[in-house]
Design a protein around this ligand. Sequence first.
Ligand SMILES: Cc1cc2nc3c(=O)[nH]c(=O)nc-3n(C[C@H](O)[C@H](O)[C@H](O)COP(=O)(O)OP(=O)(O)OC[C@H]3O[C@@H](n4cnc5c(N)ncnc54)[C@H](O)[C@@H]3O)c2cc1C
Length: 518
Amino acid sequence: MTKTLIEETPMNTAVNVVWLKRDLRLSDHQPLVQAIKSGQTLLYYVFEPLLINDPHYDERHWRFVWQSIADMNSQLAAFNSRVYLYFGDAIAGLIEINNVFKISGLFSHEEVGLLSTFERDKSVQQWCQAQDIVWNESQFGAVSRGKKNRIDWDKHWHQVMKAPLEQAKLSDDVLASCTLIDKLFFCSFPISWSITDDFMLKGGELWAQRTLQSFLKGRGKGYHFDISKPQASRKSCSRLSPYLAWGNISLREFYQTILITRSERGWKRPIDALASRLHWHCHFIQKFESEHQMQWRPVNKAYNDLMYPDIHCGLSVEERLDKWKTAQTGYPLVDACMRCLEQTGYINFRMRAMLVSFLCHHLLVDWRLGVTHLAQLFLDFEPGIHYPQFQMQSGVTGTNIIRVYNPVKQSLEKDSHGEFLRKWLPELVELPNEVIHTPWLLSPMEQQLYQCQLGDDYPSPMVDINETGKIARDLLWGFRQRFTTKKEGQRIVAKHVRGNKKISKAKKPQQLKIAESD
Ligand SMILES: Cc1cc2nc3c(=O)[nH]c(=O)nc-3n(C[C@H](O)[C@H](O)[C@H](O)COP(=O)(O)OP(=O)(O)OC[C@H]3O[C@@H](n4cnc5c(N)ncnc54)[C@H](O)[C@@H]3O)c2cc1C
């Protein structure tokens, strides 16, 4: 088949290929700008079984990607072009393009991803070299590849964020036409990806911009008040995370847009709070880039010796993990968060931290056993944020404050009227505010009155958090005091903590204020 197509393609047209990864947009896209400057350009996205079958991913992610590409295609239609979609191995897709056309250059952003994508990129690099194709990789946000410490990192972040947006000059002349793209192998894709899920945010540049504008037109005014509340945060937080994770908007465009609103009355505090989180975004991804082994071991190697018990509170690891995953812990806020995530793909920062703390502290389950489950559920799954955050919240960094969250206290404080609980746990809907956070305190008569039989309609608590909290604190603090933990902590601080200042040897890691949690 390919042979005939080569004959039909005029002069084996030379094309630059822009390999889209987690940068599904046309705006502020350096690889696109560079490719277009040097010749006719084809945009390429490959749906890889490597990732589709990976336990970090779920159909929700591919639906979001599908929607993002549909949005790009609707913009590209004005130039009689579209994104070439391939299903399979990344190199196989490039071979197909190179057989039909002639790839003159490959352009993409650097990917800070899982080990599997790093290994895949090494193979792609080898393939490019063998074909004499130059692969031009642009930096991802302010994340520098191969950085050994944070000297001048902050300065670099600001330089990147303040630089002008890179806008490609799109035209029919520079983009590969649909007629040319039609010559490439046509793949089919699961129908389910094109079906909208009304509970989830919809992908694409258009929706990214709409979400940002609605935040700046009013919803964001309460950002700093509502950020930790599971219900109110859904409206008051930016909700840009999936758009950043899949690159429907660049961090720089987001940052520059919010700064315009900062000078308006009532916006200074929310915008400053938000801007600092955009800084953390790259800070965490940089951590993962500099120490990718975090995917399978604690950043603080001393915690490799931390043994999680096979049996805890009479339950096996599998039972504990299963009840957490299936929202059957008997702690309403934990279960409501899990159900909400399952259906909507989103929960705010504090609740994410609490879910991890419940699993790793109250249930004493190794963080590695829960990390892919939440990745699957988070529509905004971003390896570079997810792994460092998961480790930080599970208490295995040795450099951050250990927070053992009490889900009842969180519930009383952050959802005092039980609005969020009632939304996600309809079996508790009749319970008055005073008992909805602690249904196990209902008397048999009250259970009948409120139509909530403990053990039947809603589970009894699987553990006693007063006991488990103490066990976890003793274990983690004991570990924190170890010489090896502290020594590793010093290494981590020297490598990953921001700032130009020389880190004093005398300064113990736990005394350093690390501005990276809510
Ligand atoms: C265990 C755990 C896992 C997490 N995994 C992810 C993940 O896979 N992908 C992801 O985008 N965020 C992750 N976060 C960080 C944070 O919870 C989300 O970024 C945030 O809730 C997204 O909502 P938002 O866009 O409305 O955030 P906003 O508060 O409006 O913040 C705007 C953006 O800033 C960045 N940001 C905000 N908080 C943080 C933070 N604490 N650390 C780093 N960047 C931050 C995000 O890109 C976010 O979209 C995780 C947090 C925890 C505790």
